[in-house]
Ligand binder design. Structure first.
Ligand code: AMP
Ligand code: MG
Length: 418
């Protein structure tokens, strides 16, 4: 486990910007040290622990890009077409045993190695066979056409996959193309998740009229799973300081991160702050972000803790800006900055200067080939429907005070966040 010091997340200012939060996390959280070799079939989504250098060039040998006829560049017809004797045939997978001689053509297929001396291939669609069985090649083709030189894709020794990358299907394909069977990745993170609140019950349990089913825990668990974490679901802890302190102490050792939701405000029944202070150390980050409220950052026995607000939308948005960078840092992944896509706003909006806001929106095709976003009609941080019925978030920077219809704004799809 990555041991962090007690003052790791301490922060001086009254309101923390989103960028400051991400900066502190990226600078102070280090990766779990353990590395495992896993088979390619299990590699998707894992974090590469070392650069992979090309153990062979790609393609490994010079080959034809088309089905056709290979010739020497020196022999290419100029001005008018010219017949060539067909001197051999090379299929994909077969060796090209014989060197090509001046004036000869060799029948060749896509992926077949080029015969020695040949450097240009005519596509079969562009040639004809004459009465004496010779292939008639047109004038005008450039030397080197339709050939894939060895190493044109990737040179031998090139750092083709980078340490810290989150492996995607195409990355796994590249490892396979190198002939590798295993990749060194960081071990999966173990994250403990629990909800706090006397009003919560788990789905499947009886619910009193004054209670609601815990939904955040399932959202956060799913978000963590999408980031590749192993999650321990620790259920619901009552609004009780001793129970909370006890729960935190018990799980810290066996986990790389503790995530809680609810109880991080400064109300009388918000116990996360005091519990973390007695089990370890805590700072409350008042983040300049909406939706969002104070987010707790703490350390318990060297294990980081993040306390998210209880309102579902605030919990979702602060997860993206605090938990996501922490998880990436702990799992040794390069930070992946969120890059909002420019789209046209179909709504008007006003906001306070000095804080970052995220507006829940739907994406639709606008006039003139432009994508347009429509704002979800209501704004409450407790509205789960506002997350369910939308496609993503429009990010409005700290300096923005209003948006007018027709203005360009930055859109983050939900799919891009995890
Ligand atoms: P809190 O942050 O504890 O003050 O909670 C803020 C609001 O979010 C309250 O209305 C809670 O009932 C609600 N809430 C807290 N935790 C959850 C949860 N796990 N699932 C759904 N709603 C929650
Ligand atoms: Mg609460």
């Amino acid at each position: 486990m990555a041991q962090l010091s007690d003052d790791c997340f301490a922060f001086g200012g009254p309101m923390m910007s989103v960028d400051e939060a991400v900066g502190i996390i990226a600078a102070r959280v280090s990766a779990v040290p353990e590395v495992n070799a896993i088979s390619l079939g299990e590699a998707d989504g894992r974090i590469l622990a070392r650069d992979v250098r090309a153990p062979l060039p790609l393609p490994p040998f010079t080959n034809s890009a088309v089905d056709g006829y290979a010739v020497r560049g020196d022999d290419l017809p100029h001005g008018k077409e010219q017949p060539f004797r067909i001197a051999g045939r090379v299929q994909a997978g077969a060796p090209a045993d014989e060197a090509i001689q001046p004036g000869q053509a060799v029948r060749i297929f896509t992926g077949a190695p080029m015969p020695e001396g040949a450097d240009t291939v005519f596509m079969q669609e562009d040639v004809r066979i004459d009465d004496s069985g010779r292939v008639v090649l047109p004038a005008g083709l450039k030397p080197g056409a339709n050939v894939r030189p060895a190493g044109e894709d990737i040179a031998l020794g090139h750092a083709a996959l980078k340490k810290g990358s989150r492996l995607r299907p195409q990355d796994v394909a590249l490892a396979a193309a190198f002939g590798l069977t295993h990749l060194d990745v960081r071990r999966r993170l173990r994250v403990a998740v629990f909800s706090t609140g006397n009003e919560l019950v788990s789905p499947g349990s009886p619910r009193a009229a004054s209670q609601l089913f815990d939904s955040n825990r399932f959202m956060l668990t799913a978000m963590l799973a999408r980031l590749g974490c192993d999650v321990s679901d620790l259920g619901i802890i009552r609004d009780d300081r001793a129970a909370l302190t006890d729960g935190l102490k018990k799980v810290a050792d066996a986990h790389d991160l503790i995530l809680t939701t609810g109880g991080v405000s400064t109300g009388e029944e918000d116990h996360v702050k005091a519990s973390v202070e007695s089990a370890g150390s805590l700072v409350l980050w008042r983040m300049a972000i909406k939706p969002g409220r104070p987010v707790a950052m703490g350390i318990i026995g060297g294990t980081p803790l993040i306390g998210l607000p209880g309102n579902p939308v605030a919990s979702f948005v602060t997860f993206v800006h605090v938990v996501r960078p922490t998880v990436l840092a702990l799992m040794g992944a390069a930070q992946q900055p969120l890059l909002p896509m420019p789209v046209r706003s179909a709504f008007a909006y006003r906001k306070k200067i000095g804080r970052r806001e995220y507006v829940r929106v739907n994406l639709r095709q606008g006039d003139g080939d432009v994508l347009e976003v429509i704002k979800f009609p209501r704004e409450g941080a407790g509205l789960l429907s506002s997350l369910v019925d939308t496609d993503g978030l429009v990010e409005l920077g700290e300096e923005v005070t209003q948006v007018e219809p027709g203005q360009t704004v930055g859109f983050l799809s939900y799919a891009s966040l995890l």
